[in-house]
Structures are given as structure tokens and as C-alpha cells.
Design a protein around this ligand. Structure first.
Ligand code: 4NP
Length: 143
């Protein structure tokens, strides 16, 4: 099983999702990517890494990369952090490809959220972690 987490920059939400989920599901191959190329090659955002580290998640080995059409063929499940991530990915879907693309928040309906708010803008890195942990637990329960 291979799961890809996707956000816009691949420096806040999706590397956090990857870092949290890889602790929970060690037999699942996880990766993350951004729909933009803005931060390619960079480690996760410093404040995001610090908030994650405080909960025991070390994100320091991760490096941003851009999502590409080939990812549809490389992964069994692709998970976006918001609706724009999903729209941006769907534009690149190869003809005939049927890989499921889901919204991460759909795995934690009890939270009543339709997206993972971007802490790069909200500055609330702990709230992002709370939601990511809940969604990751929900996803884990579906596997
Ligand atoms: P992410 O957050 O999509 O969760 O990685 C962002 C990080 C950086 C920017 C946008 C979103 N940016 O505009 O540089």
C-alpha cells in the first residue's frame, strides 16, 4: 500500500501528514508532494517542524517536491489537504487512471472540517497538528 499526501507548498500540511502517518502505519509506504514548485528541495517550514517535534514527529528528513501526473500511477491512494489541492491534481490525471483521490478531513468527520487550514497563513501549527492526527487515525482505521 502506497499513500501520497498532497498540499500546496509541501512544507507545512502534507509533510506533517506524512510524518504523523508514517509513525502510525509503519507497513504503509508514505510520501508527500505539493501542487506548486515554490519550495522544491526545501525541508518542512521551521515552525511546523518545531511544533511536530514537540509531539515526537521528526520531519527533518523530508524535502519538498512537486506533484506530477506520474504520481497517479505510483500510488494506491492520494490525499489532498483542501479542495484546491484536489482540483489542481485532477487537472493532471492521465486518461484511464482511476486512483482514488480523497480529502484528508473526510477521515475525521467528527471534526466538522472540510479542509486542513493552512498554518502557513493561520500560524496555528498546533491546530493543524490536532486535525492531522485525527484525520490520520481515521485513515488508519480504514486500512
Ligand atoms: P502548505 O503551506 O501548502 O501546507 O505547505 C504553504 C506553504 C507555503 C506557501 C503556501 C502554502 N507559500 O505561499 O509559499
Amino acid at each position: 500500500m502506497k499513500i501520497l499526501f498532497v498540499c500546496l507548498g509541501n512544507i507545512c500540511r502534507s509533510p506533517t501528514a506524512e510524518g504523523v502517518f508514517r509513525e502510525m502505519a509503519q507497513d504503509v509506504e508514505t510520501d508527500s508532494a505539493g501542487t506548486s514548485d515554490w519550495h522544491v528541495g526545501e525541508p518542512p517550514y521551521g515552525a511546523m517542524q518545531a511544533a511536530a517535534k514537540a509531539r515526537g514527529y521528526d520531519l527533518s528528513d523530508l524535502r519538498a517536491r512537486q506533484f506530477s501526473a506520474e504520481d497517479f500511477d505510483r500510488f494506491d491512494l492520494i490525499i489532498g489537504m483542501d479542495a484546491s489541492n484536489i482540483a489542481n491534481m485532477e487537472r493532471l490525471r492521465p486518461a484511464g487512471n482511476a486512483t482514488p483521490v480523497r480529502l484528508f478531513t473526510d477521515y475525521a468527520p467528527e471534526r466538522g472540517m472540510s479542509e486542513v487550514p493552512d498554518p502557513y497563513y493561520t500560524r496555528d501549527f498546533d491546530a493543524a497538528l490536532d486535525l492531522v492526527e485525527a484525520c490520520a487515525r481515521g485513515l488508519m482505521a480504514t486500512l
